[in-house]
Write a protein that binds this ligand. Structure first.
Ligand code: NAG
Ligand code: NAG
Ligand code: NAG
Ligand code: NAG
Ligand code: NAG
Ligand code: NAG
Ligand code: NAG
Ligand code: NAG
Length: 423
């Protein structure tokens, strides 16, 4: 019972062991020797030249190539390259552990195994967390580069970071001297210009470090065409034409003519939420569909063209310019407030006036007691009422007017007297 079980367990095991040993010995004879003396040197600031010597005793039938790979902080970058030359140029990552490994291979030769890897590493200097972070650069108007960064979290607050830059065409790495610090953000600006006919730009290497050994340096390589930001368009002018408005602005002096496109925004009557975007390939655009009774406001910005630059930045918006008759909204507001006010006031005046008029047209019914009192108590005055001659008439009219006045008075006093209503 135990024998078959043991055999069934042993057989695959032995087979596996035998296979491994066979493979090892078979390949062992043909494993290539490794390259030697792997080392590196800096080219300018942020570029490394890794160099090595060829392996010895390579058979003449071997088509020798070197395979190399980069390992950052222990993680292979999978940037394998094969070459016949005995060096490889890479970007330097000064704030991370960087290793390069190389082995020799015979191409088109299945009789030999690649050599084992040889490695050399470049260890970061300084204290972890002191390197500058959040480095970003913008290439303004193809004229100057503006880079910003923040201090590392473990860097002391008075760290004096310095930016150095280099690109193909610059003899030596250059220190950026126009620097400033504000609200914990460092900025440095340096000239970065090329003849206008240039259409390809070299990558730019940027190194930020401090003279202190404790501050960890950091390197970055940037493709300038991804950082292009055009200048704000200037001299925006608007002119009325027969069938619309001509919007014009000054052409860029630094960009090739065909490398910018523009976005014009049209606002109608100050409605900033509903702008209409009008694209343009040149530095002017005709705008039709214009309402003569509206005010139009325009602003423009420039964008780099994809054919020239691989950049997503656009310029800032230009100043705004307006054209056209503006139906002044403040006048409307004043009218909206004053018209009802005038109507209300005049209504009140009219009502008061009407009341007086009503009294005149339809005199209030006199109090009978008053009439009786007048009729019987004051006969002398009453008998004189009908008009006989002119002076008397005038006198009578005065009296009648006085009576009316007194009636108005009694009427108003009566209306304000609640006791009268109760009776
Ligand atoms: C690597 O090169 C440097 C000089 O660039 C030299 O000082 C160093 O000894 C070299 N290392 C090896 C292992 O050859
Ligand atoms: C790198 O170093 C090797 C050996 O010194 C040299 O032949 C090669 O030109 C260097 N590469 C660059 C890009 O400088
Ligand atoms: C290269 O071959 C020679 C003889 O052909 C031998 O003496 C030498 O040890 C070999 N070197 C290596 C590194 O195998
Ligand atoms: C090597 O490749 C050739 C053809 O490409 C083939 O005939 C030969 O058997 C291969 N040898 C080994 C050891 O795989
Ligand atoms: C800052 O220093 C502390 C202590 O030395 C360390 O634990 C931390 O990881 C550092 N921060 C960074 C971002 O490396
Ligand atoms: C930075 O520079 C200032 C003046 O130049 C100096 O007082 C300060 O100590 C420096 N900071 C460091 C960390 O060296
Ligand atoms: C330094 O930068 C400012 C803008 O921040 C600029 O106005 C000034 O001209 C620059 N100075 C030099 C020497 O480039
Ligand atoms: C940058 O260029 C401008 C003119 O293009 C010049 O006035 C200025 O001095 C330059 N700045 C530096 C730091 O070279």
């Amino acid at each position: 019972m135990a024998v078959p079980v043991a055999a069934s367990l042993l057989c695959p095991l032995l087979l596996a062991v035998c296979w491994v040993v066979a493979a090892g010995t078979a390949a062992g004879e043909k494993i290539l020797p490794s390259p030697s003396n792997l080392n590196y040197s800096f080219i300018h600031i942020c570029t490394l030249n890794w160099t090595w010597n060829p392996p010895e005793n390579i058979s003449s039938g071997c088509n020798l190539e070197y395979s190399s790979d980069i390992v950052i902080n222990g993680v292979p970058e999978d940037r394998r390259e094969w070459s016949k030359s005995r060096f490889r140029v890479t970007d330097a990552h000064l704030n991370e552990e960087m290793r390069l490994r190389v082995r020799s291979e015979c191409k088109n030769d299945n009789t030999s195994e690649p050599s084992s890897w040889v490695e050399t590493s470049l260890l970061p200097k300084g204290i972890p967390g002191t390197a500058a972070v959040d480095l970003s650069c913008v290439w303004h108007n193809l004229e100057y580069m503006a880079c910003t960064w923040r201090p590392g979290e473990n860097a002391s607050s008075d760290t004096n970071y310095t930016l150095f830059y280099w690109f193909d065409g610059l003899e030596n790495p250059t220190k950026c001297s126009n620097s400033s610090v504000g609200q914990g953000i460092f900025e440095c600006i340096f000239n970065f210009t090329f003849p206008k006919i240039t259409s390809t730009y070299p990558p730019i290497s940027i190194l930020i470090r401090d003279d202190s050994e404790e501050i960890r340096p950091v390197c970055a390589s940037k493709n300038p065409t991804t950082l292009v930001k055009p200048a704000t368009p200037r001299q925006l002018t608007l002119s009325k034409t027969n069938d619309g408005i001509d919007v014009k602005w000054s052409e860029s002096e630094t960009f090739p003519k065909t490398c910018l496109r523009y976005e014009v925004i049209k606002y109608c009557n100050g409605d900033l939420d509903n702008g209409e975007i009008i694209p343009s390939e040149v530095n002017s655009v005709p705008v039709a569909d214009i309402d003569a009774n509206s005010k139009y406001t325009f602003k423009v910005r420039a964008k780099p063209k994809r054919e020239c630059y691989n950049s997503d930045f656009h310029s800032d918006w230009s100043e705004e310019k307006s054209i056209g008759e503006k139906r002044d909204s403040t006048i409307y507001i004043v009218l909206i407030i004053t018209i009802p006010l005038i109507v209300a006031v005049s209504t009140i005046i009219l009502l008061v006036y009407l009341k007086r008029l009503k009294i005149l047209i339809l005199p209030p019914i006199p109090d009978p007691r008053e009439i009786l009192k007048r009729m019987f108590g004051d006969q002398n005055e009453d008998s004189q009422s009908p008009a006989k001659d002119d002076p008397m008439n005038a006198f009578d009219r005065l009296i009648i007017e006085e009576e009316i006045n007194s009636l108005i008075l009694t009427e108003t006093s009566e209306s304000t007297n609640p006791e009268k209503e109760n009776r």
